[in-house]
Design a protein around this ligand. Sequence first.
Ligand SMILES: [Zn+2]
Length: 199
Amino acid sequence: MPKKEMVVIDCGDTTYVVPKDQAESYLARGGKIIHYTEAEKAKFNGVDEKSAEEPSAKDDIWQEMYEAARKEYHPEEISPFFDAHHVVAAVQSAKTGKIYAGFCIEGASGVMNLCAERVAALNMYINEHNTVVRRMIAFRAEPPKVNGGMPCGACREFFMQFAYENRNMEIITDFKSRKTVKLKDLIPNWWGDKRYKEK
Ligand SMILES: [Zn+2]
């Protein structure tokens, strides 16, 4: 089977990897092609696709997600009360495969605080009215390592309530080894299953 030609498009907040024949709509919205895949580059250079290198880190979805979230890492005070951008996250939509980034925002009273994971999920929801997440990454300055990147209790609960299927979302806990954990394993015997079954 011929390799599908993919391009990476930077749309400011988010980076998308899309088939080349679907790139038009992203470019029309102001996106810029930032690199070609190895197969695409090889073809561009007149090299047979078959001899193109195997997918590199650039074709790795976790790398894409890391890079999308990393752009939001710039800790700052956004008012005398709010600190933001010191924890960042990205989610991949289970519906479209697109990546959405988020950052934490913490005010002077705890109830207003939003974690980066929930902001990323709401970014996805605003853009595609979808609540189902396939993958998630969260970190501070460095990508998660050795049991890192775990969502807090509020985020675990949020994602469980956001969509039934979110129990199967993969959360990366060690970026180097690409080790992941499923949300359902972080919140066993969840109280809300009964309501999903009734709907
Ligand atoms: Zn949280």
